[in-house]
Design a protein. Structure first.
Length: 399
């Protein structure tokens, strides 16, 4: 059985290998040969002559992966030519590029980006890190998708992680991504301030925020018009004659939740509606807690005739609560943020819809622009929201 290759051949040398034969009686012997083989053949033999009876360890497998030297040998070109081709440098003829690409395909060569990045003067890695509240939330999934669309155009890989509203987790993820030398981080900040990021920016890291503005840190940010959108949602219910409009919102210390509550208060005050502070439920963060909050409102002595749910998971919980009480056709509902199948429910859910995919695209464009020109001025970019009428928000009071 062939156990391995001893030494690497140069273009002018012959290949020497050792073969070891193991018999049933455990006796063994070995011998050497020196056949004159072509450089291309030797490059291939280096990978086909592997241990079959004893699979290689992970370290051995890593060492056995084809290198640029092997590609150069098979293609019949210099190592420098292979390096220029795999790093997409200019000045290489089309014929040589084709030779190198064919050899790389034949050997199943994978370029070592880490080693390449260490040699590059700009130290760019063509990677971006995403830090979101929850990557499973449909809103952030769409933001992620928008970022990927732009990143793909730049040949850049995207990695994502959830922060779960934990400032400690946020800092840990920033460290983890910077240790991996990402070129930029696009993130949704937690409730604490982000001044600690100044050190990372001095080191060349590009940082862009989405969904919420940072605190204590000046940076590009892409958000939606939270307060104005909430005022539109609440006004839509008031225009249909509702005066007992409930508000169910996220944690008070989250910027977006605070802005949406402010929009609700502004619309209620300007309409002349009576005080409805008894119908306000804040610090509601999950679908289950939203269901509980809505059930408590519906079971109260003076229940609301309409509900403004200020976040997509809260809207889903409100839908469930209304269905559990059989009131989905009697109590009006408008949500902030769209969600999958909202139009397929009975009635369809009226929402103030953000454009999370466009938010992601804009954030990615800002990141790549700042990678190329770090001196660009920072700015807050607002992506407008739109009221989508589907039926739940058009239910009149007393129905």
């Amino acid at each position: 059985m062939v156990l391995g290759v001893l030494g690497l051949p140069s273009p002018s040398c012959t290949l020497v290998w050792q073969e070891k034969y193991v018999h049933d009686n455990d006796d063994a012997y070995s011998y050497c040969q020196t056949p004159a083989l072509s450089t291309a053949t030797s490059a291939i033999l280096r990978f086909v002559m592997t241990t079959l009876s004893n699979p290689p360890t992970p370290d051995e497998a890593l060492r056995s992966r084809p290198t640029m030297r092997d590609v150069a040998a098979l293609a019949g070109v210099s190592l420098k030519t292979v390096s220029r081709v795999v790093n997409r440098e200019s000045g290489v003829s089309g014929d040589l590029v084709s030779k190198v690409e064919r050899a790389a395909d034949e050997l199943d060569y994978r370029h070592d980006l880490t080693a390449s990045n260490l040699r590059r003067s700009d130290r760019k890695t063509a990677t971006i890190g995403l830090i979101f509240e929850d990557v499973s939330n449909p809103h952030f999934s769409s933001v992620h998708r928008g970022i990927e669309e732009i990143a793909r155009q730049h040949g850049t890989a995207v990695f994502a992680a959830s922060v779960d509203e934990s400032p400690e987790r946020e800092k840990d993820l920033v460290v983890a991504f910077t240790q991996r030398r990402v070129d930029a981080i696009i993130m949704t900040p937690t409730v604490r301030e982000q001044s600690y990021l100044n050190h990372e920016r001095l080191g060349g890291l590009v940082i862009v925020f989405v969904d919420r503005e940072p605190r204590g840190f000046d940076a590009d940010c892409v958000v939606t018009d939270n307060e104005a959108g909430a005022a539109v949602a609440t006004g839509h219910l008031l225009e249909r004659g509702h005066r007992r409009v409930a508000f169910v919102g996220d944690y008070e210390n989250i910027t977006t939740a605070s802005q949406r509550h402010a929009g609700y208060v502004r619309a209620m005050s300007s309409s002349g509606a009576p005080d409805a502070s008894d119908l306000v439920r804040r610090d509601v963060h999950t679908l289950d807690s939203a269901t509980e909050a809505v059930l408590a409102l519906l079971d109260s002595p003076m229940p609301p005739t309409a509900i403004f749910a200020a976040q997509n998971l809260i809207t889903m919980g409100a839908v469930r609560g209304l269905q559990l009480r059989g009131l989905q056709h009697s109590v009006a509902l408008v949500g902030f943020d769209d969600f999958s199948m909202a139009d397929a429910l009975d009635p369809g859910v009226t929402v103030v819809a953000q454009d999370p995919r466009e938010i992601g695209r804009r954030a990615a464009r800002l990141a790549f622009a700042r990678i190329e020109a770090p001196e660009l001025p920072t700015a807050i970019h607002v992506v407008p929201s739109v009221l989508v009428i589907r039926g739940s928000g058009e239910i009149p009071p007393g129905r």
